[in-house]
Design a protein around this ligand. Structure first.
Ligand code: KMH
Ligand code: ZN
Length: 291
């Protein structure tokens, strides 16, 4: 694709896609296992979840890992084992989080790429994150982006706020296209401190994305369903999972990630853009098959 790196909004210029890529974000760094026992935190639980979600229609997995104490970790050995195990047991695109937890230092977040995932998240700016701050200053973004280009990791640009979209244009203008040649974004909506999780905000954000980009969207907590329905209506891809919501509907706790993927796949089917296979998603994103 051609990267339009100007700051000019490219209304209606994102790429139309026939199917729907569903990403599952099964764990995250914020949910506590003791409060939500269904949260996958061990490697076995993660692999089981990954297989179930692949069966239900997921094409990509966005991975945060936990240590033996079920707390978030960026331990490189564990990350490498996780990438290996997910590749062995599924054909999902393996995307590692470089966001980690709000307490993780920049050096460890950069080192995530040494686990050689297919893709990684790359958040395009700092954002208030509930009572915390999720730090992504410009020099960190630049270093992380250049490392993805050098190491052949496909970034997904995570956008929590409209200002992050301006920083994405700036990043592409300065360093050129990502590895794989295609720009794919993920709108993370409804975080307290970030952009609202509603249809009007989604449409405004999509209009400001670089020309030719594809995008997915996820709404945190009670914004999950409005964002999912708006994303389907606007031609986007979907991210779901217990990182983003632990309530299925009307206060009923999620029983596992697979039911969130199943619901997304059913809605995508209804929208006549059925769930993509991982290979179809690889072709869309420019992700090489490393199996
Ligand atoms: N856990 C959040 C502080 C990412 O994965 O890149 C950051 C996050 C974003 O989840
Ligand atoms: Zn994440």
């Amino acid at each position: 694709m051609t990267v339009d790196s100007s700051n000019r909004p490219a209304a209606g210029a994102t790429r139309p896609v026939a199917g729907t890529m569903i990403t599952v974000a099964p764990t995250g760094a914020e949910v506590d296992k003791s409060a939500v026992p269904a949260l996958p935190v061990t490697l076995d639980e993660l692999v089981t979840t990954a297989k179930e979600c692949r069966e239900a229609g997921a094409a990509m997995i966005h991975v945060h890992i936990r240590g033996a104490d079920a707390q978030p970790t960026l331990d490189l050995g564990r990350l490498k084992d996780t990438v290996h195990a997910l590749r062995e047991s599924t054909d999902l695109i393996v995307q590692l989080s470089t966001g980690g937890a709000v307490t993780d230092p920049f050096e460890r977040r950069l080192a995530v790429l040494d686990a050689a995932p297919d893709g990684c998240s790359l958040t395009c700016g700092t954002v208030n994150f509930g009572d915390e701050v999720f730090m992504n200053p410009w020099p960190f973004m630049c270093e992380l982006y250049q490392r993805t280009q050098q190491l052949g990791v496909v970034p997904e640009f995570e956008l929590f706020d409209m200002g992050h979209i301006a920083s994405l244009h700036r990043l592409l203008g300065k360093y050129g296209a990502p590895f794989g040649g295609h720009v794919h974004c993920d709108l993370v909506m409804g975080v307290p401190g970030g952009m609202a999780g509603d249809a009007a905000t989604l449409v405004a954000a999509v209009a400001a994305l670089p020309a030719g980009a594809t995008w997915s969207a996820t709404g945190i907590g009670r914004t999950t369903l409005p964002v999912m329905l708006a994303a389907l209506a606007a031609g986007g891809q979907l991210r779901v999972g217990m990182e983003d919501t632990v309530t299925f509907s009307r206060g009923r706790p999620v029983t596992g990630n697979a039911e969130l993927v199943e619901r997304a796949a059913a809605l995508a089917d209804l929208a006549q853009r059925p769930a993509m296979t991982p290979d179809q998603a690889r072709a869309m994103l420019g992700v090489p098959d490393r199996h």
